[in-house]
Design a protein around this ligand. Structure first.
Ligand code: G4P
Length: 530
């Protein structure tokens, strides 16, 4: 191994690239802030994320963002913790939940599943968990808001095990029920109790360790119960197991309160000590590309129209191997064409500061990246390609038509372009004709993006009409006609991959179709490719 390869390997070993998966309001923003509090924030890569006057270059996107109070631009925060470089990728939620939210998970090596102690598993967490499971992304669980009344700790573990079919291995354990948090016990060192004291006026607590035998510990009313529970956990062998954690079949669990900074450092330490650093990534050929191989990167998200004057696109690229150096000319595997990063402002940092170098696990934002699509590979040297980005089961459906028939050419071009960029899925059928295609999305915000871009970028103002469908399943040619004759069902072809999708107005009509005609193909469509 020559010098630069060992540098890349060493740098990769220092990286932890992860995302927080949670339902809105579980405390993701609070946890992110609390993590950053412990660390030294190096930069924040956001499309137009500037804090200091950068809003001057704000595009229509920013207007949309401000209007709706949602973050469409934040992408990744990089921070150093000790010797480790953390890349925390944002998974947009709320109204901006979209295919991008899922795609981000193709770029991480680990995920923190954040739960609200009072609510347990919630729908959005479940969806994101499924994507992680499909990719075998290791999951660390953080049960948040233990400072407030909530469910019983053992019950929460049981819920996770039952509903996710994953083994739970608590690493920390709360002393005191939810709402009466008296301390934490680190199961690796159960002879001590970690206590938290809040500074006067401050929300954040500082921690200290006392012996579990000390009088001060024995006075804690929750300690006996906690010790009983720990004995129970020991008896069932719920100990951290690295192998099953890395393959995604067990999850270490931490308890705490992000808002009070309780348990956050223990989580951060765990990310350093147990979360994997970038590993060789699987290529389309089935080989694994070593991290010290020449540069390769995966485009996992493309955001358009940051600056209406330039119509630029920004592609977020996860470095998979080698070192990224600004100015290098890469190969774009999908087209075989060179892609120059010379003028593409590699941006990283609060004010789009230019990044000169990035290592495996890091995220680089490339502007002027109109040719790049989510799932594309960029590389140096010998050809390499990573598997295509999966497509996800849409849950929102509309028809779209141009307001002005004289703009129908622009309209069609716009729809085709937006589909090829992965902004929405486009569905067609013989019955509907081509003038008003059906758009399908994971989140409704994707439709707004389509309308906005059709009007401002393609000069084809359009209108949407909602369709009553809520669910999509994969079907086949043999089942198509039968399904089309049923009430509350319609079969369409997804233009991206030619897959036939049966859309159902509700679960009831889907179950009934399956029960009435069990020979029909109605298959789940969570993730259709990898
Ligand atoms: P999100 O990004 O996942 O949507 O959640 P966010 O961090 O915005 O947190 C949602 C609410 O939950 C916030 O309250 C936040 O303060 C609260 N929260 C987060 N972590 C904890 C915790 O550990 N304990 C308790 N008790 N609350 C927590 P809010 O009322 O919406 O906002 P704020 O006025 O408190 O900022």
């Amino acid at each position: 191994m020559h010098g630069s390869e060992s540098t890349v390997l060493e740098q990769a070993t220092r990286r932890r690239t992860f995302a927080v998966i949670s339902h809105p309001d579980a405390g993701k923003s609070t946890l992110t802030e609390a993590l950053a509090l412990h660390a030294h924030v190096i930069g924040e890569a956001g499309a137009v994320h500037g804090k200091s006057g950068r809003r001057g270059v704000a595009s229509d996107w920013m207007a949309m963002e401000q209007e709706r109070g949602i973050s469409v631009t934040s992408a990744v925060m990089q921070f150093a913790y000790g010797d480790v470089v953390m890349n925390l990728l944002d998974t947009p939620g709320h109204a901006d939940f979209s295919e991008d939210t899922y795609r981000v998970l193709s770029a991480v090596d680990c995920a923190v599943m954040l739960l609200d102690a009072a609510k347990g598993l919630e729908p959005q967490t479940l969806k994101l968990f499924e994507v992680c499971r499909h990719r075998r992304v290791p999951i660390i669980t953080f049960i948040n808001k233990w400072d407030r009344p909530g469910l019983d700790a053992l019950e929460l573990l049981d819920e996770i095990e039952q509903r996710l079919a994953i083994r739970t291995t608590p690493v920390t354990w709360p002393v005191g029920v939810a709402g009466d948090l008296q301390g934490l016990i680190d199961r690796r060192d159960p002879a001590q109790v970690i206590r938290f004291t809040r500074s006067t006026g401050g929300r954040a607590a500082t921690e200290s360790r006392i012996s579990a035998d000390a009088d001060a510990a024995r006075e804690l009313s929750g300690l006996d119960a906690a010790e009983d529970e720990l004995r129970l956990l020991d008896a069932v062998g719920a100990d951290f197991d690295r192998e099953t954690f890395l393959e995604g079949t067990s999850t270490p669990v931490f308890f705490g309160s992000a808002v009070s900074n309780i348990g956050v450092r223990l989580l951060l330490d765990a990310i350093v000590s147990i979360a994997p650093s970038p590993t060789p990534r699987l290529t389309l050929e089935g080989a694994r590309r070593p991290v010290q191989a020449p540069f390769s990167g995966l485009v996992f998200k493309v955001q358009a129209n940051m600056n209406p004057a330039h119509r630029d696109r920004i592609a977020f690229v996860r470095v998979c191997s080698g070192v990224f150096e600004r100015g290098m000319v890469l190969n774009h595997a999908a087209t075989g064409r060179p892609f120059t990063t010379k003028f593409a402002n590699a941006m990283f940092g609060q004010n789009r500061t230019v990044v000169e170098q990035a290592y495996p696990g890091d995220i680089v934002g490339l502007v002027n990246a109109g040719a790049l699509r989510p799932g594309d590979t960029l590389h140096e040297g010998e050809p390499v390609q990573f598997p295509a980005m999966p497509t996800f089961a849409p849950e929102h459906f509309v028809t779209v038509r141009t307001k002005d028939p004289s703009r129908s050419k622009q309209f069609r071009r716009g729809v085709t372009q937006l589909e090829s960029e992965g902004v929405v899925q486009v569905l067609t059928s013989d019955f509907r004709g081509g003038h008003a295609p059906v758009l399908a999305a994971v989140g409704p915000m994707q439709f707004e993006v389509v309308l906005h871009r059709l009007e401002h970028e393609f000069g084809a103002p359009a209108v949407l009409e909602p369709l009553p469908y809520k669910l999509a399943r994969r079907t086949d040619q043999a089942s198509k006609d039968r399904l089309n004759r049923m009430r509350g069902v319609e079969v369409l072809t997804r233009t991206r991959d030619g897959i036939l999708l049966a859309l159902f107005t509700d679960r009831w009509s889907m179950d009934r179709a399956g029960a009435d005609a069990p020979e029909l193909t109605i298959e789940p469509l969570n993730i259709t490719a990898e």
